[in-house]
Design a protein around this ligand. Structure first.
Ligand code: AMP
Length: 281
């Protein structure tokens, strides 16, 4: 496995693989890799001959008061994980390699980006779509792998690829969890021992939500209340949002009579965590 830092090296390597007839996968990440990322890389390695992992903490997807400077950066450890999961190339550019100082171009997806995580993070998905578009142009992969953990991001990227005719297939991969149910996240390292325990309320609340839906309940109002009650029982937790939306359009629904995404964001202390499930009817 090799690591490159420039666009030219990454592009040349991938083009030469393509010329040799290899299928190529891309797994975009911000590093601080864990088993969730490893599951994407392993799946990509199973379904493709060459796997590229990009590791880039993308500054333009962070808001002014967010954790850009404290976001964990662990390239040496990440390299070991990538290699053991079956990656062939790490593309780990500096910010100056990815963005011209006078860059004026970006990619914005309308509508799907304004709710859920986009409501309080107005620039976030523009930053994500811009960097992912750049990565798709730099790494001409056949398939790109994204986690269902970031369900809104996955829906937005799928729509962007459709609308802009990117020649790449987007593959969504299931959420990987800790043994006790907490969704793996690079931000879990911010949690103190007490907060780590408190963070279990996210998955607990969603499990309760699934129970309610299994009992044939169709009202999203009731569903949200049940989820909210579980989270509010945890003193260290503060709800950011609880939403039930159409899983493709991400528009709010009142009655669960088609596939929905049930998504939550919760502050545990200062750390904002997200989790979700898709309910098929
Ligand atoms: P990030 O480094 O947080 O930007 O995540 C890179 C990719 O890994 C995204 O597609 C995420 O959805 C995915 N990912 C992060 N955590 C998990 C997880 N626990 N399970 C599955 N995929 C994940």
């Amino acid at each position: 496995m090799i690591t490159v830092k420039t666009i030219e090296e990454a592009r040349m390597q991938v083009k030469s693989w393509k010329n040799e007839g290899y299928s190529v996968a891309l797994v975009p990440t911000m590093g601080s890799l864990h088993e969730g990322h490893a599951s994407l890389i392993k799946r990509a390695a199973k379904e493709n001959e060459k796997v590229v992992v990009s590791i880039f903490v993308n500054p333009i997807q962070f808001g002014p008061n967010e954790d850009l400077s404290s976001y964990p950066r662990t390239l040496d450890k990440d390299t070991v994980l990538c290699e053991s999961a079956g990656a062939h190339l790490i593309f780990a550019p500096e910010v100056s390699e990815m963005y011209y100082t006078d860059n004026v171009t970006g990619v914005n997806v309308q509508g799907l980006t304004t709710g859920l995580c986009g409501a309080k993070r107005p620039c976030h998905f523009g930053g994500v779509c811009t960097v992912v578009s750049k990565l798709f142009n730099i790494i001409p992969a056949d398939k790109a792998y994204f986690g269902e953990k970031d369900a809104q991001q996955l829906a937005i990227i799928k729509r962007m690829v459709r609308d802009l005719n990117f020649d790449i297939k987007i593959v969504g991969c299931p959420i990987v969890r800790e043994k006790d149910g907490l969704a793996k996240s690079s931000r879990n390292v911010y949690l103190s021992a007490k907060e780590r325990q408190a963070a279990l309320c996210l998955n607990k609340s969603l499990t309760k939500g699934k129970e309610i839906l299994s009992s044939s309940e169709k009202s999203t109002k009731l569903l949200k209340n049940v989820i909210r009650n579980v989270i509010q029982n945890e003193v260290l937790a503060k709800v950011d949002y609880i939403e039930v939306v159409d899983s493709i359009s991400l528009k709010a629904v009142d009655v669960v009579n088609k596939p929905v995404l049930v998504a939550i964001a919760v502050f545990i202390g200062k750390t904002r965590l997200i989790d979700n499930f898709i309910w098929e009817v």
